[in-house]
Write a protein that binds this ligand. Structure first.
Ligand code: PHE
Length: 456
């Protein structure tokens, strides 16, 4: 049934599973593999992983619950939802969401393009031994532009097909496939000699690092990026919900699945790094040069697997094909935020909205395709800082301007009053101060990324 406020161009999910898989598909992406592994390696391994888990549980799940509440309650795009709840003064938050979707997808698509390139060259057995050189050749400039454009074209195509046929059926097929491939790789990794040192780095925290400001910021930022929070993606997906299921339970399901996949990805990557002696190449525990950092996964995984000969090539291909699928379901949700805003805000058709905004995003991605420092800067500024800013204001909006309605919405499907109370208290009294402090911690790394870009 359509809600009375829904515009005729909107859609809705066919099944509860379809929604969950699409939301998990949004959360699970390059963030879990490309980003998680390099940020974890950079930030002390296990200390980062532990802090990340704490942020997911204490901040991520309550913020995600808030986004789901706002989406299902308002049944409109995030752009309209925030003003519907808080009045016209909240419009900038809606625009921040749209800007984040636009900005993140512009560089996300470049990285996703690399996964396509590596998958295709993996099939052809055409990835040379010198992956650093190869990455530099195909990861920037014209080759990167080509794969970026192709990836965006696929994303636009799926988003045009709409909620049920496009988003839902893509997720239904891709997500289970991804999970199977990943578990297979983790099992293979477990058979590697010297993998133990990798597990230790990954799983045994050094206590002093738990208080490191940089690691705290990285962990918080990673929680937002990986859970697709702070920019209305979850809000948008929840706005296509008609069923009154428990949103608290959905948030926990999505967050734990996302964490589980990132965690398994770590179980794949860290033993490999130690077994193949790649620690130095990716600067474990030290400060990394951004140029190499963003390419870490792409530079390290293929040589590791090539040592296996023919089988290795099959695994490399499987790995990047999987990463491509994961990236695709996330990219769909990023574009969907922008498209939903255009459909609701200006009454555009889905076709026009997806085609026009997608084309603009292609253009906006060009600087990232040409300059990896630009990509890294965009990831710090938009993919970390702005997401946390969006999360902070979402918590304030829901906790201080719309709490009674939000609690009533949450009560539909979630019977336990004490849990609802806990959620409300966390959203009001824990999330805003914590995010405020973390945002301040994050300023130096944004400045550092801008300086690296400008070469000063
Ligand atoms: N969560 C996605 C990932 O981990 C990226 C993403 C961020 C998607 C924000 C949507 C919104 O790759």
């Amino acid at each position: 049934m359509q809600s009375p406020t829904a515009s005729p161009h909107r859609g809705s999910w066919g099944t509860r599973l379809g929604f969950i898989l699409a939301a998990v598909g949004s959360a699970v992406g390059l963030g879990n593999m490309w980003r998680f592994s390099y940020v974890a390696a950079e930030g002390g391994g296990a200390a980062f992983v532990l802090l990340y888990l704490v942020f997911v549980a204490l901040i991520g799940i309550p913020v995600m619950t808030s986004e789901l509440i706002v989406g299902r309650m308002t049944q409109v795009s995030p752009l309209k939802a925030v003003t519907k709840l808080g009045g016209s003064g909240w419009a900038p938050l809606g625009w921040l969401f749209v800007f984040c979707g636009f900005g993140i997808l512009s560089y996300y698509s470049v990285i996703a393009g690399w996964t396509m390139r590596f998958a295709i060259d993996g099939i052809r057995g055409a990835i040379p031994q010198d992956t650093a050189g190869y990455f530099n050749a195909v990861g920037t400039r014209m080759p990167a532009v080509v794969t970026h454009v192709v990836f965006m074209a696929i994303t636009i195509f799926i988003v045009i097909r709409g909620v049920k046929r496009g988003l839902e059926s893509a997720a239904l097929i891709l997500m289970p496939l991804l999970f199977l491939l990943l578990v297979g790789l983790a099992i293979w990794s477990a058979t590697l000699a010297d993998g133990g040192a990798g597990y230790a780095y990954y799983l045994k925290p050094r206590i002093n690092e738990l208080l490191d400001k940089q690691i705290i910021t990285d962990a918080a930022g990673q929680a937002f990026f990986s859970l697709s929070l702070g920019m209305g993606a979850m809000m948008t997906y929840a706005s296509y919900l008609q069923d009154k299921q428990s949103l608290g339970r959905e948030a926990v399901t999505i967050a734990l699945t996302d964490f589980g996949i990132a965690f398994v990805a770590g179980l794949v990557v860290f033993p490999m790094i130690f077994h193949f002696g790649l620690g130095e190449a990716i600067g474990l525990g030290g400060t990394l040069n951004t140029d190499n950092t963003v390419g870490t996964l792409f530079i390290t995984i293929p040589p590791a697997l090539q040592s296996l000969g023919r089988v290795g090539n099959v695994i490399i291909t499987a790995f990047f094909v999987m990463l491509f699928f994961a990236a695709l379901t996330s990219a769909i949700s990023l574009l969907e935020v922008v498209v939903a805003a255009a459909i609701d805000g200006w009454g555009w058709t889905r076709f026009k909205a997806a085609l026009l905004s997608g084309s603009l995003i292609i253009v906006a991605g060009l600087p990232s395709a040409y300059n990896l420092n630009f990509l890294a800067m965009a990831d710090k500024l938009v993919g970390t800082f702005m997401l946390m800013l969006g999360g902070l204001f979402t918590a304030i909006l829901v906790g201080y301007y719309a709490l009674p309605q939000a609690e009533a919405e949450l009560a539909m499907g979630m019977g336990t009053a004490s849990l609802r109370k806990a959620w409300a208290n966390i959203i009001r009294f824990l999330v805003p101060p914590v995010l405020f402090v973390v945002l301040i911690f994050a300023v130096p790394s944004v400045i550092a990324a801008v300086r690296a870009l400008l070469g000063v």
